[in-house]
Design a protein around this ligand. Sequence first.
Ligand code: PEP
Length: 252
Amino acid sequence: MRRPMVAGNWKMHGTRASVAELIEGLANLALPGGVVDVAVFPPSLHVSLVVDCLEGQSISVGAQNCAHQAGQGALTGEVSSTQLADAGCKFVLVGHSERRQIMGESNEVLNRKFEAVQAAGLTPILCIGETLEERKAGKTLEVVGQQLDSIIEELGIGAFVNAVVAYEPVWAIGTGLTASPEQAQEVHAAIRAQLMKENSEVAQGVRLLYGGSVKAANAVELFGMPDIDGGLIGGASLNADEFGAIIRAAGN
Ligand code: PEP
């Protein structure tokens, strides 16, 4: 039985003041006890603040990105997974589409980041998904399959024992368009089947999150699908009440 997870990606949003306000809102939420794992992903700058403010709450903190190597070193401007672990992070997003597309991160770089996250004892959340053009061309499963295969080939199926996968169609991120529950389930089932070919036990245990304009209004239907184990939430995670309603949907 996979425990659902709801993760809130704050992207490049927030000031110290607005982050404190959001955390206060999260701390006041009536969340389903012990049935959903909840994590928030502030900008790296605010990680320590959020870790401190959430002390004693059942909400984990993750980072949106990390350097392609663990430890410390001469990498100006980067933050390593080891430093994020030291700051209290539990998860790191790897391969969010904004990093693949805007920052030009390749599968090769992401393989190294995924490895660096695990080397620091953290859990990577691997984000994969197709663009609208790729979907229209009927290439969704091929594209998602290649993104997943890159990690399997490089690091082996064992790497998924401590990992989460987020299917995020690029056309649904921040656009207000959401994949229908059936569209999302089709891709999630294909992802699990691909992992299953390597190792069924690992495949059955991996949590597959859906991301792309999830709101309280569509969460129940999406999370009701058999291979959708929760969500990676962008915009709606900046509103504590809306995020709380999404978490409750995952707990039902
Ligand atoms: C995201 O940033 O991962 C995301 C899914 O954003 P949104 O929910 O705003 O579409």
